[in-house]
Design a protein around this ligand. Structure first.
Ligand SMILES: Cc1ncc(COP(=O)(O)O)c(C=O)c1O
Length: 381
């Protein structure tokens, strides 16, 4: 392991209190590694929330298994516990719970259900690194957890992922697999370095919208190292070199950003409370106070009447509004059957996908966001 990866591992273990940390090129690759170590294969079923990113069902399908979706709870936008058991069959191998926007799922209750049925549990902490659940770091309760260091995640290394393993029986299998990782090529590393420089020196409120548009177009056409390659969002065929390692250049960038995380987490929680107060005062939907204690608030979800129109208002007002999740399997809009889902069967998730936008929480000037929300208050639900 290179020097910077080792240093980053040390920093991460201060948050997660474990040394069983394994790095991959992206969070989705860590998920793939976990599933493979669990022996997931042809005909198996993996339960996931019906409000996620398509890169979650993808590795399940790459392994020949089937994602089984569970409707979400309106309150935390995570899997609805009351109906979870209905999704379990004799083919189920594992349940994936997710910290949507940094809001924790009821992880201990999910783990109890899984234990009752002798199933593995995996926590998708890609939004929730730095948050805690009942006094322990997100990711501590399940057999394994995976995290993302992609651009707009809790701390970023441009692109990147890692996993933690809490189940000792899985550990040996995971360690064996690690030897098969493909190393990122020189071109990939140069590409990433170039993107880091652009982000550091050119990205700001004014350039945000044009940069996001350009980046998405370039990565969709495989012209830059993107968060998702074009193929990952049009089909379910595993991309070439998918099982790729993390590089020193990513770790260097990650180290630069993880140091700012504790301060950033405080800021996000403070801003989220300001936004909740404002929305509550105006009789709009807000994140409930009882979710505030432990959650990391990667994003703050706001429900709006017309999502497309609201995004346009944000662009005009130079507000860095996020568009997660624009589909129950973001960003898929067509051919849902390839991912074994019909959005109409998940009305709460489908409704969230049609109406949720995310306002930035890591801003030093939340008043700017409040003024924007105030201006378009009639457009907010
Ligand atoms: C809920 C969720 N899970 C998993 C991932 C995958 O993370 P990565 O981009 O590091 O593969 C994402 C990516 O944005 C996500 O939103």
């Amino acid at each position: 392991m290179s020097k910077h990866i080792l240093l980053l591992k040390k920093e991460i273990s201060k948050f997660l209190h474990t040394d069983n940390i394994f790095f991959h090129y992206k969070g989705r690759v860590s998920l793939y590694a976990i599933l493979r170590a669990m022996g997931v294969g042809e005909g198996d079923e993996i339960i996931i929330p019906a409000y996620t990113c398509v890169v979650v069902p993808n590795p399940i399908i790459y392994l020949g298994a089937k994602p089984i979706y569970v409707e979400i709870d309106e309150k935390n936008l995570c899997m609805d516990l009351n109906i979870l058991e209905n999704a379990i069959t004799d083919k189920t191998m594992a349940i994936i719970c997710q910290n949507t926007y940094g809001l924790s799922a009821n992880v201990d209750a999910i783990v109890d259900i899984a234990k009752k049925h002798k199933l593995y549990t995996i926590e998708d902490c890609t939004h929730g690194f730095g948050g805690t659940y009942k006094g322990k770091a997100n990711g501590s309760y399940c057999d394994a957890a995976f995290y993302s260091m992609q651009w707009n995640k809790p701390f970023s290394s441009g692109i990147g992922g890692f996993m933690t393993v809490n189940n000792n029986l899985l550990l040996n299998k995971i360690q064996d697999q690690e030897n098969n990782k493909i190393e990122p090529g020189l071109l990939t590393k140069i590409n990433l370095k170039f993107l880091f420089l652009i982000k550091r020196y050119l990205l700001n409120n004014t350039t945000y919208w044009i940069m996001v548009k350009m980046y998405r177009w370039l990565s969709k056409n495989n012209l830059v190292t993107g968060s998702s390659s074009g193929g990952e969002i049009t089909d379910v065929i595993m991309p070439e070199h998918f099982f790729m390692n993390y590089s020193n250049i990513q770790a260097k960038e990650g180290l630069r950003n993880i140091n700012a995380l504790p301060e950033n987490l405080e800021l996000r929680k403070k801003n989220a409370a300001i936004y909740s107060g404002f929305l509550k005062e105006n009789d709009k939907r807000f994140v409930a106070e009882d979710l505030f204690e432990n959650h990391s608030f990667l994003k703050y979800p706001v429900f709006v009447k017309n999502r497309k129109q609201f995004m346009e208002y944000a662009r005009r007002n130079k507000i860095e509004l996020g568009d997660w999740f624009n589909s129950p399997i973001h960003p898929i809009q067509f051919n849902f059957e390839k991912w074994f889902i019909d959005p109409e069967n998940y009305p709460i998730a489908n409704e969230a996908a049609k109406h949720v936008v995310n306002i930035p929480v890591d801003t030093k000037n939340p008043q700017r966001i409040i003024s924007f929300l105030e201006k378009y208050i009639d457009e907010i639900l």
